[in-house]
Ligand binder design. Structure first.
Ligand code: GN1
Ligand code: MG
Length: 351
């Protein structure tokens, strides 16, 4: 049993505890009590989230805001307070913990049907719409410059210069591919800065596995993982779902010939997202394919940076894991480029 759970006001006494989920950042446990209530206990990764108290202010403000808008309480996360009335607990080793009710349901690493993927699109589209009138300026930037693509390039270049573990020699081809696209990769950030694209409250990690589906109906229940909710561009929210869920292979596929964009799933997601997200401008809609491409490129840049910096950010299962992830993303970018015309055509169909 993780002792931190005893700090939260659970219903019943914690009886069982096990590892849970596939997150690459935080440490997640499922706790069951002797009254058969279940809770998710998470240790926040403070190497990634430097200000966990601010993070929990964001998350609790957003969930409280959403709670007033949903009809079923399972549609937003319910965080527990500690005996002291806080939404987090800091233990004697200065580790930060939080806890929320586990309402059942399941998450998918890949869609098992069109309907599953459509549901996730509706969940994220609805999330965007529900937060349209949230006071964005009150949110802390939990990870500064999180989806600032030019800044991700800048950090990659520093990692290249330092070449801390002598890995640069293995990645010349990847670097060339990434650098050829540097100008285009900055498009969305530049348009945000110039005001051509609106700044919105965004989720920033809209992978399929961050949507909880109802066990019986398989309908989307709730959007999870609110750690990176911040002001940003809706294009990245759309794009990250495509990168992860409309790909024909997992994010860390080693056999590159298996990795491509599934245009049918792109169609399904676009339809679902635009049906639920009613706040998009024409300009944003037009740029949806660009959102998918840039976020995929940005993830490649982040994985490669972590590889060069000796894998301190993402959890890795084997030595070249981050390089494998980077290559899989680049393959996906290349495939999107080949399918660009069809992607634009699909977006126009649902505009
Ligand atoms: C991280 O922990 P997880 O899997 O929800 C990362 C995302 C990446 C993702 C890649 C805070 O999310 O940005 O897209 O891994 N989260 C953070 O799988 O960096
Ligand atoms: Mg997650």
């Amino acid at each position: 049993m993780e002792q931190a759970i005893f700090q939260f006001r659970t219903d019943g006494n914690p009886a069982y505890c096990r590892n849970f989920g596939h997150g690459q950042i935080n440490y997640t446990f499922l706790v069951t009590t002797d009254t058969n209530k279940q809770y998710i206990l998470q240790r926040i990764n403070t190497h990634v989230f430097k200000k966990p108290a601010e993070l929990m202010e964001n998350v609790s403000a957003v969930t409280e805001f959403l709670r007033k808008k949903v009809d079923d309480p399972r549609q937003t996360l319910n965080f527990l307070r500690t005996g002291d009335g806080n939404y987090y607990y800091k233990d004697e080793r200065r580790r930060y913990w939080r806890c929320y009710e586990f309402v059942g349901g399941f998450c998918l690493e890949a869609p098992e049907s069109d309907a599953d993927f459509y549901e996730s699109a509706v969940a994220f589209g609805r999330f965007q719409t529900q937060l349209a009138d949230f006071p964005a300026e009150t949110l802390h930037e939990t990870i500064p410059n999180f989806h600032n693509t030019p800044d991700r390039y800048r950090k990659l270049k520093i990692a290249m210069d330092e070449d801390a573990c002598d890995r640069l020699k293995n990645v010349q081809e990847e670097i060339d591919f990434i650098m050829e696209r540097e100008e285009e990769a900055g498009t969305i950030q530049r348009m945000l800065e110039s005001g051509e694209l609106p700044l919105r409250v965004t989720h920033n990690d809209t992978k399929l596995n961050n949507v909880l589906l109802d066990l019986k109906t398989r309908k989307a229940l709730c959007v999870l993982d609110l750690d990176t909710v911040m002001p940003g561009s809706s294009l990245f929210d759309f794009g990250d779902s495509i990168r992860f869920g409309a790909a024909t292979a997992p994010e860390d596929e080693q056999e590159l010939s298996r990795m491509s964009l599934n245009l049918h799933l792109f169609d399904v997601y676009t339809k679902g997202y635009l049906s639920a997200c009613t706040t998009m401008t024409d300009e944003e809609i037009e740029l949806l394919p660009m959102g998918a491409k840039i976020i995929t490129l940005e993830l490649a840049v982040r994985f490669l940076t972590d590889y060069l910096e000796s894998d301190h950010y993402f959890k890795t299962a084997y030595p070249d894991h981050n390089l494998v992830r980077c290559r899989a993303q680049l393959k996906l970018v290349r495939d999107m480029e080949q399918k660009w015309y069809q992607m634009e055509k699909i977006v126009r169909k649902y505009r």
